[in-house]
Ligand binder design. Structure first.
Ligand SMILES: [Zn+2]
Length: 376
């Protein structure tokens, strides 16, 4: 979690390293008296070798000093004083490489590497990390490196022997099972509730945009109180058994079908969900094409821990919210991430509770405010 591409929480060795880099930069950059430079460098080296309590830090720092010296002296004629940001970026990249090579060897913590790829791309956690309630932040941190007390982890820590799921009694209950694969949780409506909380969050933004729009827009969302017919696709347009989450009609000539999925949090699962949903609605798009000149199918995938492919989601939301600024869409994405994290945290906290969630109040975020809403 201290990895710079995930939560990037400040921690003592890193802060110390930062100070040392700044100091070494000032030594090499100012190019003062060579004797002072040498003495300062020697004292830095000697301090790091004698500081045993900081463990791995002396090594990291030593490489930082070496790096700074190499960068400054590599081509003094063309670049006598490289910008400190540039040097820090080099040192940071080295630092990340060290983290990643160590993580590769760790069986459990290596799962963090999956998150790092997604987080580097979407920065989902970075946009919500400081505004999450403390329980959820701890949940997010521990979920990222799979150190939450799932039955499999509790058995690994020798706290208990039973690795079965508290709801469906599947023999190996992992975090992924609890958050996305438990059949009993599915039957009890836990995942549907999470899905609908996120859909509610999106629908509220869409409804505001639809009202403001100068175009003639008709929005139908598969949520209680937002649907007057059996399906989101009006019977007057076409008859279908399918029930996509969103249908937006723009005048008489354009129809947009939207479908939201919250798969387990990994690049592969996000991509598979996209393919699965696109295939599912191919026939519907063909049927709608007989009624409308233009038909778009947009699939929205958000991982159970709040990650998404930003280009895909930004593009999908731009189609669903025509005329909306990028800034507004980014604010919606932040609301979505917070809603997903909150809902997954609730699903995890209730991993042994056999409650039916069909009428559980929705909890979602709207412009950073937490909203409770009882389904109609
Ligand atoms: Zn289960």
């Amino acid at each position: 979690m201290f990895h710079t591409k995930t939560l990037n929480l400040p921690y003592l060795p890193q802060l110390e390293q930062k100070c040392k880099i700044n100091l070494s930069l000032s030594i090499f950059k100012n190019g003062g008296d060579p004797m002072i430079t040498q003495n300062l460098t020697d004292s830095l080296y000697s301090r790091t070798t004698s500081d045993e309590w900081v463990g791995a830090v002396p090594k990291i720092f030593r490489s930082a000093v070496d790096k700074v010296r190499d960068l400054v002296s590599s081509d003094p004629a063309t670049n006598p004083h490289p910008p400190s940001r540039w040097i820090k970026q080099h040192v940071r990249t080295d630092h990340d490489d060290q983290w990643e090579s160590q993580l590769q060897d760790l069986q459990v913590q290596s799962k963090l590497l999956d998150i790092i790829v997604l987080e580097d791309e979407s920065e989902a956690w970075k946009c919500v990390r400081y505004s999450l309630p403390s329980g959820q932040l701890a949940f997010l941190i521990r979920a990222g490196c799979d150190t939450l007390p799932s039955p499999v982890n509790l058995a690994r820590w020798k706290v208990q022997h039973d690795t079965r799921c508290g709801l469906c009694h599947q023999p190996r209950c992992t975090l992924a099972h609890i958050l996305s694969a438990c059949q009993k949780a599915l039957t009890l409506g836990h995942y549907t509730w999470r899905h609908d909380c996120v859909l509610k969050c999106i629908a509220r933004h869409l409804a505001i945009n639809t009202e403001k729009s100068e175009q003639e827009l008709l929005l139908r969302v598969d949520l209680p109180g937002m649907l007057t017919e059996q399906s989101t696709i009006p019977a007057s347009v076409c008859t279908t058994n399918l029930r996509p989450d969103i249908f937006l009609q723009c005048g008489e000539s354009r129809g947009i079908v939207g479908e939201l999925t919250i798969p387990n949090n990994s690049t592969t699962n996000l991509e598979n969900a996209k393919i699965r949903k696109s295939t599912k609605y191919l026939g519907l798009v063909a049927d709608l094409s007989e009624h409308f000149e233009d038909v778009d199918l947009v699939t929205l995938e958000v991982g159970a821990l709040g990650h998404y492919h930003p280009h895909d989601l930004m593009a999908a939301m731009s189609i669903l919210m025509p005329g909306t600024s990028k800034r507004t869409i980014k604010s919606l994405l932040t609301d979505i991430v917070r809603t997903v994290v909150n809902a997954s945290y609730t699903v995890f906290s209730n991993r042994r509770v056999e409650d039916d969630w069909a009428h559980k109040p929705f909890i979602y975020y709207h412009h950073d405010k937490r909203v409770y809403e009882i389904p109609i």
